[in-house]
Design a protein around this ligand. Structure first.
Ligand code: NG1
Ligand code: ZN
Length: 547
């Protein structure tokens, strides 16, 4: 009874705006910030219930990532630090759209029964709150707090302005019983980076790889955090630009750089020859680039190439480890290595990875799908072309690596095998195990380039991207488009796929697909072909089919 009146009272302070339908897409709820208070309040309730149900810390992040500054969004991190379980998404949708307090209470009642959420005997549970630098974040955090604390027994812990991956990392760390502060996050990154640098092959005199790096912070939280991290980093000389003085994501950031293939604001021809990287607004995406001479165009090194670099390095380390000193294969453990991409991966990257002998699998767009797939391997690497991705290590391989490295430390310390084991362990700590993380990804890229003694040009030349074009079409109802085979084929409306096939067949190396966006009211069109003109023309002709 007391619980009911608290809920009725608090929810009446957050009426839902009329005429809006909220949907928990691939990255939570997103909308114009002015529409989101009731949604965030309700997600606060959901996070508290999830926390009670799992008896664990849950995360609630307020961000709209690479979207414009006037937008905002909210998403939930599960106990492992990963995305909210998909089975709760329909509840999230229903909750966000409940017309009034009474409907809300009824929904909550039903869901608590259905999921069998037990309140008795629960110690106080905790929800970690984080937000990016959007001005609307402060009032939305307040709404979230009200939602969380309207569930008896739940408390909110405000982590302040953090990157999305930091919050996910903190949730994971806390639930593992380790420290969850920003300081300990930086510590873990720096210690594991140090380890990788300590085991750089002798003889790499780094003639090729400079220690100079320029980073575009997208005028968001990433630049600010990198500035802090930088003060504890002796190896690299990082020049952080777009640290928050300009407008968030406007002509800056990983999304802009990857889609437009142009230098972000604050960069120009003077930067030619220097390795550059770009983060997105909440620092969970990372791309690299170099500025082409005398122009504002760039040579883009996207998520697919970051993935290729990681795959190459990890494959090498695993094979050093599995070959024994006398040349016979070590039978004690055969680690599975898998690579996960989406249909947006450049065709040339997929060819390259397969030619390395790697297993490449595809999932629909959205990190929750890629993450889930990658978790099936001992070492699973996933990346979206836009720069979101990470490397997951299974519990099995981690414990095997621990045992193996201890064993090697006593039998053959400093052997190549011993070093490979230590490097792999270091990668598992450096790269965020919860979610794609631009800061940890950046440090891993830097360590591997140093290890390989590669310049960004050498890295970029691993393979040549096929020219591509991405367009979007505003539609009345994007849910009318239904796809199959990891979004490569349209099943409804009928007839469209045949028409796309006819267009695609006109172009050498042509590939094209359409899918409804999970974050915007649009249908996206992607086309690839042997020349830029051909890719553009294919994309435009398919746009006409959708319109
Ligand atoms: P949608 O709007 O579903 O295409 C976009 C990105 C995804 C993912 C989400 C979450 C593209 C083509 N799509 O999703 O990869 O990053 O945003 O932010 O880049
Ligand atoms: Zn992001």
């Amino acid at each position: 009874e007391q619980q009911r009146s608290i809920l009725l009272d608090s929810s009446s302070r957050f009426p839902i705006p009329s005429g809006v339908k909220f949907s928990y897409g691939t990255s939570g709820f997103r909308a114009d910030a002015s529409l989101l208070e009731s949604t965030v309040f309700r997600v606060g309730i959901l996070a508290a219930l999830r926390s009670i149900h799992t008896r664990s810390v849950i995360g609630l992040m307020i961000t709209a990532s690479h979207n414009e500054v006037s937008d905002n969004g909210v998403k939930v991190a599960d106990p492992s630090g990963g995305m909210l379980t998909q089975s709760w998404e329909p509840f999230a949708d229903a909750l966000a759209n409940a017309p009034d307090s009474h409907a809300l209470l009824k929904l909550l009642d039903d869901f608590v029964k259905e999921e069998n959420i037990i309140f008795e005997g629960v110690p106080t549970v905790e929800v970690f709150l984080g937000r990016d630098t959007r001005p609307s974040g402060t009032s939305l955090v307040e709404a979230a707090k009200q939602g969380i604390t309207s569930i008896m027994g739940a408390i909110a812990t405000d982590m302040g302005v953090v990157t999305t991956p930091q919050l996910h990392w903190m949730v994971r760390s806390k639930n593992k019983g380790t420290e969850a502060s920003e300081y300990s996050y930086f510590d873990q990154l720096l210690v594991s980076l140090r380890c990788l640098l300590d085991y750089i092959p002798q003889g790499n005199k780094s003639n090729d790889v400079s220690d100079k790096l320029i980073v575009d912070g997208a005028d968001g939280v990433g630049g600010e955090k990198l500035e802090k991290l930088k003060t504890r980093l002796s190896y690299l000389k990082i020049d952080v630009r777009n640290r928050g003085d300009g407008v968030l994501n406007e002509g800056v950031g990983a999304d802009y750089v990857q889609k437009e293939k142009l230098v972000p604001r604050g960069f120009g021809p003077v930067d030619t020859g220097i390795r550059c990287a770009s983060l997105d607004g909440d620092a969970d995406r990372l791309v690299y680039f170099s500025v082409l001479p005398n122009s504002n165009k760039i040579d883009l090194v996207d998520g697919d190439k970051i993935l290729s670099l990681f795959a190459l390095f990890l494959k090498e380390q695993l094979s050093i480890l599995s070959g024994s000193e006398d040349g016979k294969a070590n039978k004690s453990y055969q680690a599975s290595l898998g690579v996960v991409q989406t249909a947006y991966a450049n065709g040339a990257s997929t060819d390259y990875l397969k030619q390395l002998g790697l297993e490449v699998v595809f999932t629909p767009t959205g990190v929750k799908y890629l993450h889930e797939k990658a978790a099936e391997y001992d070492v699973g690497i996933y990346f979206e072309a836009n720069g979101h991705g990470t490397v997951l290590f299974s519990e099995n391989i981690l414990s095997w690596l621990e045992i193996k490295s201890n064993e090697l430390a006593s039998t053959s310390k400093d052997s190549e095998q011993h070093k490979a084991a230590l490097r792999l362990l270091a990668v598992s700590k450096l790269i965020n195990q919860a979610v794609g993380d631009a800061l940890s990804g950046l440090l891993l890229v830097e360590a591997i380039l140093k290890h390989m003694d590669w310049s960004i040009d050498k890295w970029s030349e691993l393979y040549q991207d096929l020219p591509s074009r991405q367009l979007k079409v505003k539609v009345v109802d994007r849910t009318a488009v239904i796809t199959a085979n990891a979004e490569t084929i349209v099943v409804r409306p009928t007839g469209i796929q045949d028409a796309i096939d006819v267009e695609t067949a006109k172009y050498p190396q042509g590939r094209c697909f359409i899918r409804p966006s999970g974050t915007e009211d649009v249908v996206r069109v992607y086309a690839e072909a042997s020349t830029q003109e051909a890719a553009d023309s294919l994309a435009h002709s398919v746009v006409k089919l959708v319109d």
